[in-house]
Write a protein that binds this ligand. Sequence first.
Ligand SMILES: Nc1ncnc2c1ncn2[C@@H]1O[C@H](COP(=O)(O)OP(=O)(O)OP(=O)(O)O)[C@@H](O)[C@H]1O
Length: 780
Amino acid sequence: MFSNHLTFDENQPEAGPSHFNSNTNISISASAGPSIHPDRLALNNLPIESNEIKKPKNKSEAQKNREKKKLKKRRKLEKAKKAAAPKINKKEWKSDPVLEALKRSNNKSLDDTNGKKENDDEDDDDEDEDEDDESLEKDETKLDEENEKERKRKEKREKREKRERKEKRRIERENQNQNQDQNQNQENQVEEENNEDSIMDQDQDQIEDVNVNEIEELNKEDSPPPLEAFPLPRSAPAPAPEILAKQGLPSGLENAEFIDQSLRIELNDFKVLPTRTILNDKHVDEENNVSGETKGLSERMKGKLKENGINDFFAVQAAILPELLSLRLLPLQYDILNDYLISAPTGSGKTLAYAIPIIEILSKRITTKLRALIVLPTRELVTQVRDTLEMLSRGTGLTIGSVTGQNSFAQEQAQLIADMETPLLGGSSKLDILIATPGRLMDHLTSTPNFTLQHLRFLIIDEADRLLNQSFQNWLSSVLSFINPPDPPRQLSKDFKYQPWDKVAPAWQEGLGLIERNEEWQEPIPIVCQKLLFSATLTRDPQKVATLNLNLPKYFIIQSFTDSKNNLIENIGEKFSFPLTLIEKMIILPSNLKLLNLIHLLYFYINFNNEKENCLIFTKSIENSERLIKLLEFFKDAFIINSLSKRLNIKVYNSELKLNERKLILNDFINGKINILVCSDLISRGIDLPCVSNVISYDIPIDIRKYVHRVGRTARAGRIGTAWTIVEKQEALHFKSMMNNAGHLKSIKKVKIKEDDLVDYKESYEIAMRRLKEYYSRDT
Ligand SMILES: Nc1ncnc2c1ncn2[C@@H]1O[C@H](COP(=O)(O)OP(=O)(O)OP(=O)(O)O)[C@@H](O)[C@H]1O
């Protein structure tokens, strides 16, 4: 019956102590599993076996059923034990002194009671089962009273035997513990004695509880290490990049249009797209201009462009000019007015891509209102863009102004507003186009009377990624709120006097309480302002873009088709495109050789005898640019150059200089009077210095965006340029992984400069270093 627990094999050597069965060898069967200590196993099973032997052969049906149930339970228990116990190498098992003592006392009892003994575990099991059985028996007593009596007698006998065994075990344990700490022992003994005494007096249930506790204690001492904890709940794995990319991606961005960077369209072949509108719930492409506005590129504009050497449109211009030039100055109510996001490499002609349509569309205006606002991150860029717009708008009558904080606030107000005295709902503007830095723009929006953005037709955010990261006074959401009409409508004060020339934008009339919508179904007059965002490193973070509240956004990505994967998923994250004509190199070196290598680069690799060669050197700080310029000047003085070599003109350019000084320096650099310009990142972004042939990052850029903008100062407008990055050995890992993450490492060629090549410069370099030290010690 229990053969699945124990097998009796006469050929096997003795597995347990001989007293378990003096005549029969006991071996542990495979089914018993190696996970249970053999001593414990033998103790567990032997009494059951002996009980079985003792059972009468002619049992009643109820008794058989009970036994079957018992057997089932026992099997379950055994299974659970096997599963719970970890596998332990049999060889490592040592006999447990407590168990040994138990066995010895059991052995005696076994002999005495003729095989009726049970070990503690078994007791426990049986008691548990008996408890269950008791309820069964109650139901069955009527059926078999005799058996019931017999069972009760048996139970009483067993309980008595158990008590006796317990007493023996207690004595056994006391003897064992005598050698240990006596005080502790005494305490335990008293406790145990108390327990035992109470056990003797308690009812059956209490006895069972104590037994269970004791067995647990014994098990603790002997038990194998605890089972491995169940794994804790973990967060679900991140969704696939494709799904992530699409989360929160405004519609339109999913369907980004990819334009090949090498695309060119000749000015004469250029055609605008039809104006798109909705008529009778249908999209209609309006080929002929029903509103009478002329569409497309004017002859005047063509002439201006050709005058400036522009004979064909670059990819970014070819992509969006046909769309933008089809727009009306005064859109009809159902014209489709998209917002645009344009990501194009540095020097690819983004400025003209928005400057041309603005000038072309606004030049059709009759009255002056502020209709275009261009926001840029720096004063330099504002000046540069203003120059371009002024050049293109000459002869149109458009007025262009800028606010950057360069002039006083009052001067700027005078430039912006025609009438600051009369309160006007529609504002009063002297300008058609305003170019601004965000900080100064906010100041005017909050403090300049009659300055309003209600008439804006275009809001352009250039270098958008940088501006989106600028939280200055939460400028972007403020600007957007100044474009939208007041909601709920503003209540005008009783003193307010409406002036007949006060022209309020149609979309604002309801918001200013001038008109009321009679019917619920009447749609509000739409805002006509379209947003255009440009950058070489335009954020592809869908969440950031989503904050712009774009209307029907269209996303153009201009990049090289040769090395990029043209789908949005691949382009989400820090993936940027570079000018096709850019050559990139890096020199990895120990930091003590950095300066010498830079000198070698300047005096060997770049041929300044060629008029067209010049160099921008980027450092990480103003201090570094100051130190470097000093050292290069001292070196230039000390270095004996051969008669063919040119003496280099080196200048520094950083924000410490006054604005007019900066202007002069940039002019001299552009005109070839300065060969090397050592600068901070002040001009790394957006500044268009034509003909920069070399860019050197003396200190590595802190991130990939900085890298893109620095190297983008060369190789502009289709010209060839070289970008060098000097990487200290300890920075190499960081720099390479940065480039690798951008999928760009392969495009950067590694250049190795031998130490022998530096020998010629060493003497002059040492002189320069000595002078530099003297210079700075004098300073302090
Ligand atoms: N179609 C064109 N043909 C010839 N030159 C052009 C054309 N379009 C732009 N350029 C010239 O290319 C240069 C770079 O243009 P622009 O400054 O607009 O580039 P960008 O894309 O804004 O660069 P960045 O991202 O660095 O600001 C300018 O000198 C501009 O005059």
